[in-house]
Structure formats: structure tokens, C-alpha cells
Design a protein. Sequence first.
Length: 206
Amino acid sequence: MIEVYAFATPNSIKVLVALEELGLAYDLKAVNVRKGGQREEAFLSLNPNGKVPVLIDDNLVLTESAAILVYLAEKTGRFLPTRGATRARVFEQLFFHASALSPAFGNAGFFKRSSPEPQPIAEARFTAEAERILGLLDNKLSTQAFVAGDEFTIADIAHFGWLWRRQFPGLTLDSHHNLSRWYEVVMARPAIQRAIARVESLLPTA
């Protein structure tokens, strides 16, 4: 059975959404990143980079959420076109997520909430960049149903992670009507609801 090491993070939820959407059984193992679980020797033996999620499937140990999404999509033949422009559009969004959306959201949240000392210039820079990215996605979704075209793909799953946790960088979708529509459509999917319930079950109760 597939094993997933994860916590209630934007990157972890992506993998659980994909597994739930694909109907694949998996064993979920908590790594409490708030208490340094990602730095423990046993976890570092799986991912020396010390980050969740990690997926294990037979002898394959795979890190990086986007790589895991591609692997699961190709394993099942779903949510990733097999060739041509439609496939390229999915990868375009995956790379955009990794190079732009995720760093901007993560850094905006860090400088707003976690920086040891106030860094107003850095906070303003990354918040402005995150807002710009929201505008780009909103504009793209004005002419298509999903982020890579007219079909739900792993690109939507990738973006969903940080938009689900947009409160961390202090962002809203209030002025982005197309993006809000997309988010409501994605949130209504039963697999999304199951994934959220499972990942939130990893949070300590005390």
C-alpha cells in the first residue's frame, strides 16, 4: 500500500487530494512540522531535504509534491493529458506554481507571521507578488474553467494547496471573482472534502 508522510500543510494536501480523487488506498503518517518532526533522523532518511510530503510506493520513495502529482497521474492515467498542447499547459502551471505562486505565498506568510524580527520591506514585496499572481490566475480563469484549460487536472490540485491555506499569507479572493468561482467548484468536489478531513486529522488536539 502507498504510504504518505504529511502534515496539514499546503504541499501535503495536494498529495491527499490526488490520492482521494484517484481512489488509491494509502496509509497516512503524521510528521508534526510544528514540533520539528521533519528534522528527525528517521524522516531525514526518507527526505534529506526535511520537508513533507513524502510518498512511498513499493520501492519508490518520492519527494516534492509536484513530482508526486505527476507520478500518481501517470500511474493511473488520469488528470494529466498524455501528449500535446494540453499536457504542456498542465506542466506550465505546475512550473508556475513551483517558481512563482508557492514561493510568494510562503514568503509572504513567513515575513508576516514567523519572522524573528519585523521585515516590512520583505513582507510588502512578497505580499504584492502574491496579489499579482492571484490577479494572473483570475484573468486566466476568465476564459476557461480550470487553470490549465477546460478539464480538472493535477495543475488545479497544485494551486489548490496554497489557496486553501491563503490565510497564512493574509490573502483573500474577495476581489478575484473568477478565481473565487474556481475555488468554490474545486472545494465542492467530494475528494477535496475527504482529503481536507484526513489532513486536518493530523493536527494535535491539545
